[in-house]
Design a protein around this ligand. Sequence first.
Ligand code: 6GU
Length: 231
Amino acid sequence: MSWHINILTLFPDMFPGSLGQSLSGKALEKNIWSYDTINIRDFAEGVHKSVDDTPYGGGAGMVMRADIIEKALLSIENPGKKIFLSPKGRVLDQKMAQNLSQTSAITLLCGRYEGVDQRILDAHDFEEVSIGDYVLSGGEPAALTLMDACIRLLPGVLGNAETPTEESFSTPNLLEYPHYTKPASWNASDGKTHDVPEILQSGDHGKIKAWRQEQAQKITQKRRPDLLGKK
Ligand code: 6GU
């Protein structure tokens, strides 16, 4: 039915986090999307309830155990597509977010420590997804980011005013042009007067459209020339 996410984590209190606010929070209340957290520690045994152990082959840090993660995974009624959040993964982009927003059941595995035993990923066919080329201390903020990117694409989440048009709905090939609102002339604390570009106040929609396209082209060339070569 609605978009559902299962989250395997040692820190269930990190959810829904920021997704409980604003547009995604409203959409959660309206049951446009839903989530369950599964606390991996609930499937640990013994008095210590330990979920990790030292790595074979030696080295720093601890590795999350495959057997305990599997018990947590098997407790999920309909896991659907399985994703492990990891900086080694394929980098999330708008196309992936669109695909995932049309996948009704998803399970996200959030790792902590040095990582998870590779065998859980192999045995259950997890796809590895990263949110960018930097290292986080755990998969949870990456899971929240992936979810945010998907949730805003679900029908009924954005208002009509914010809903992207057909063409700009897909992968962004250009960075956005700059935005301005009132006051038209603003004396900032830097001691300068900052004016809104004259053309935006002209009412000439043809010229405004052309100016915005030019601005988008220029900022993309300057900051992300790699995007201009993309389909
Ligand atoms: Cl998905 N996880 C972690 N721990 N760090 C990351 C990441 C994911 N994506 C980028 N850095």
